[in-house]
Ligand binder design. Structure first.
Ligand code: ATP
Ligand code: MG
Length: 318
C-alpha cells in the first residue's frame, strides 16, 4: 500500500541517473571530436579561413568557447547541488508528513478509546447514582401520599403530579443510559445490533433488515462496541439525510475477515461535497481503521448509499 505521504506528493523518478555514465559519454564525444579535428586538421583550416577577418579576432573564439563550456559545467554543478538540496528538503517534509499522519491517527484512536470509556463511566454513574436517587425520592413521595394524602386531597394530587414528573425523568435517564452504552453490548454483537435496529424501526418508518452470519463468532468487547457505533452512526445518518424506505444491515464472515454492510435506498450523495464540519463519516473511517480494517463508501446522488467495513478477524476470535 502506498504511504500516505506518497499519495499526497508526486512520485520521484524511479531510475536514478548515474553521473559516471554521463562523464563517460562526454569523454567519448570529446575524444571523437578531437580525432575528427586532427584528421581534418580543423584548427589549421579555421586559421586559414579566418585570416581574412583577422580584425574580428575569429581565431580567438575557440578559447572563449572553451571558457563558456567551463562556465556551463560550473552552472550545471550549482544547479545539481540546488536540486539535491531541494530533494533532501522534500524527503524530510515527506518524513515529517508521514509521522504527523501516524500521530494524528493515533490521537484519533486514543480519543475514541477515551470517549468509549467515558460513555461507559457516565452511563454507570447515571444509572447507579441519579437513577437510584430518583427511585428513592419516588418511594418517599409514595410514603408522604399514603401518610398525609388520605385526608388532604390537594396534597395527594400535588404529590401524584411530582411522582409523574419523576417517572418521566427516570424514563429519560434510562434512555440516556441506553444511548450512552446499551446494556445489550455485554450480550454480544448480535443482541446489540438487534436492539439498535429495533430502536431505529420504532423511531422511523423505515424497513430495516438485519442479517448476521452464523459463522460470526462473538467479537471481542472492543470490536463489539466499535461495530455497534459504526452501525449506530450509519443509521443516524440514514434517519437524518437519506429519506430511505429500506435499509439492510449485515455482518458476514469471510475466510479471514468480517464484512459489515449498511445499505439504504435513499437519496445518496456526492462524497466529494461533504462539508468540513461533518464528522460522522470521518469518525467512522477512524473506527474502521482502529479495527485494522477499512471503510468503503459507495454512493451517488439518487442511488442510495452503502457503507462497507472490512476488518480482520482478531486472534482472540479466529
Ligand atoms: N445515508 C446517507 N444518505 C444520504 N446522505 C448521506 C448519508 N450519509 C451521509 N450523508 C451525507 O454526507 C454528509 C456527511 O455525513 P456525516 O455523518 O459525516 O456528517 P453529518 O451527519 O452531516 O453531521 P455529524 O458530524 O453530526 O455526523 C451528510 O451531511 C449528508 O449530506
Ligand atoms: Mg452524521
Amino acid at each position: 500500500m502506498p504511504s500516505p505521504s506518497a499519495q499526497l506528493l508526486p512520485a520521484s523518478p524511479s531510475t536514478p541517473l548515474s553521473p559516471w555514465q554521463d562523464v563517460a559519454l562526454a569523454a567519448v564525444i570529446t575524444l571523437a571530436c578531437a580525432t575528427l579535428a586532427a584528421h581534418f586538421e580543423l584548427s589549421e583550416a579555421i586559421f586559414r579561413n579566418t585570416r581574412r577577418w583577422e580584425h574580428f579576432q575569429l581565431d580567438e573564439w575557440p578559447v572563449a568557447a572553451f571558457v563558456l563550456a567551463l562556465c556551463f559545467v560550473w552552472i550545471s554543478w550549482r544547479r545539481s547541488q540546488q536540486a539535491f538540496l531541494q530533494l533532501e528538503a522534500r524527503r524530510a517534509a515527506e518524513r515529517r508528513l508521514a509521522a504527523a499522519l501516524v500521530e494524528n491517527r493515533e490521537l484519533a484512536q486514543q480519543h475514541l478509546h477515551v470517549q468509549e470509556a467515558e460513555r461507559k463511566h457516565l452511563a454507570r454513574e447515571l444509572h447507579d447514582e441519579l437513577g437510584q436517587h430518583l427511585s428513592a425520592i419516588r418511594l418517599e413521595l409514595s410514603f408522604v401520599r399514603m401518610r398525609w394524602g388520605t385526608d388532604n386531597p390537594e396534597l395527594r394530587e400535588k404529590v401524584q403530579s411530582v411522582q409523574e414528573t419523576i417517572d418521566g425523568v427516570i424514563g429519560l435517564v434510562r434512555d440516556l443510559v441506553a444511548r450512552l452504552r446499551p446494556v445489550v453490548l455485554d450480550m454480544g454483537i448480535a443482541s446489540a445490533l438487534e436492539w439498535l435496529i429495533c430502536e431505529f424501526r420504532m423511531s422511523s418508518e423505515v424497513t430495516c433488515d438485519l442479517q448476521i452470519d452464523e459463522q460470526v463468532a462473538d467479537l471481542d468487547p472492543w470490536q463489539t462496541s466499535t461495530v455497534f457505533r459504526l452501525v449506530q452512526e450509519s443509521l443516524t445518518n440514514i434517519g437524518r439525510h437519506a429519506r430511505a424506505r429500506n435499509v439492510q444491515v449485515s455482518l458476514q464472515r469471510q475466510s479471514d475477515a468480517y464484512v459489515l454492510t449498511v445499505s439504504d435506498d435513499g437519496l445518496g450523495f456526492d462524497p466529494t461535497k461533504i462539508g468540513i464540519k461533518s464528522l460522522g463519516l470521518q469518525g467512522m473511517r477512524e473506527r474502521a481503521e482502529m479495527l485494522g480494517g477499512q471503510l468503503d463508501l459507495r454512493t451517488r446522488p439518487g442511488d442510495g448509499t452503502s457503507i462497507i467495513v472490512t476488518f480482520p478477524i482478531s486472534a482472540a476470535t479466529a
